[in-house]
Design a protein around this ligand. Structure first.
Ligand code: C2E
Ligand code: CA
Ligand code: CA
Ligand code: CA
Length: 279
């Protein structure tokens, strides 16, 4: 028995070593990727349910590794959060998204806010405000054309501090959206204390509403409650006509998902923006 035990211990140790070195590789890789321009942004539209117009854009980071190929953000973002290099990634994303949105505006394309994902970690350090200020200053983008998507995880600790930071961001006219809503820690009750303007209903609420009437009812109730608190609601991960119709009927304000468009590289997205309407 003791042999089996030490074997499995050894195995575990080996596995840890491999995991550790893979993480080191990705971590060092991220440094390199930042300096060698291996990151790009893809853009996905948010569509207004009333007018059918593109009403917003989400910027999503993509990493094309020279040897490993494309690495999904679901894989490298958590590692980057653990090592702290996420600060540099998010800063690059923020600057690039602001620059690109301003460039589209200058070309005469419709003016809509661009949303960037901001890791919860940024809220434990106060220079988030400097980072945002820097990106807006450098690009010349107006405050009202920037949205920050943050997850409910932001509100686990130091709620008062976080509310303070968010209030200052909002005072400047920048939008804040709660991402993946319904999967995390905050309740609708807590939501009413937060100075935010948009809620993004998590994909898990959208999936299979046809087969799960209870899920559909919960989604509808969240939309109504958010509206009663003067927040607008975005449904994310909309893949079918049925889902699109259901959430339009429920008076969801905006829809986002493969049904309208996959996230696209900038040149393709700008053609979509030019056409401008799904109605
Ligand atoms: P998220 O913020 O919830 O982004 C939505 C994800 O859903 C994106 O995955 C998007 O490509 C995908 N998606 C959009 N429409 C559909 C659909 O109809 N069906 C399905 N199944 N999926 C859809 P992606 O681009 O792989 O990003 C994954 C996550 O990585 C994001 O989730 C976000 O949490 C994180 N992430 C992406 N870019 C950044 C970034 O620049 N900074 C930070 N901190 N996190 C990022
Ligand atoms: Ca997001
Ligand atoms: Ca989301
Ligand atoms: Ca997510």
């Amino acid at each position: 028995k003791s042999v089996g035990c030490s074997n499995s211990y050894q195995f575990y140790e080996e596995e840890l070593k491999i995991r550790f070195s893979e993480e080191m590789m990705i971590d060092n890789g991220i440094q390199e990727a930042l300096s060698n321009h291996q990151f790009t942004l893809h853009y996905q539209p948010k569509v207004d349910t009333v007018t059918g117009a593109i009403s917003g854009i989400e910027a999503l980071v993509r990493w094309e590794h020279p040897e490993l190929g494309r690495i999904s953000p679901d894989k490298f973002i958590p590692l980057a959060e653990r090592s702290g290099i996420i600060y540099k990634i998010d800063e690059w994303v923020l600057k690039e998204a602001c620059r690109q949105n301003k460039a589209w505006q200058d070309e005469g394309l419709p003016k809509v806010p661009v949303a960037v994902n901001i890791s919860a970690l940024h809220f434990s350090q106060t220079n988030l405000l400097d980072m945002i200020h820097g990106a807006l200053e450098e690009s010349g983008l107006e405050e009202s054309y920037l949205t920050l998507e943050i997850t409910e995880g932001v509100f686990i600790e130091n709620v008062e501090l976080v509310i303070g930071i968010i209030s200052r961001i909002r005072e400047r006219g920048i939008h804040i959206s709660i991402d993946d809503f319904g999967t995390g820690y905050s309740s609708l009750n807590q939501l009413q204390r937060l100075p935010i303007s948009h809620v993004k209903l998590d994909r898990s609420f959208i999936r299979d509403i046809g087969g799960e009437p209870k899920k559909a009812a919960v989604a509808k109730a969240i939309i109504e409650l958010a509206h009663s608190m003067n927040m607008t609601v975005v449904a994310e991960g909309v893949e079918t006509a049925e889902e699109s119709e259901y959430f339009t009927r429920c008076r969801c304000d905006e829809l986002q998902g493969y049904y309208f468009s996959r996230p696209l590289p900038a040149p393709e997205f700008s053609r979509l923006l030019q056409r401008g309407n799904y109605a």
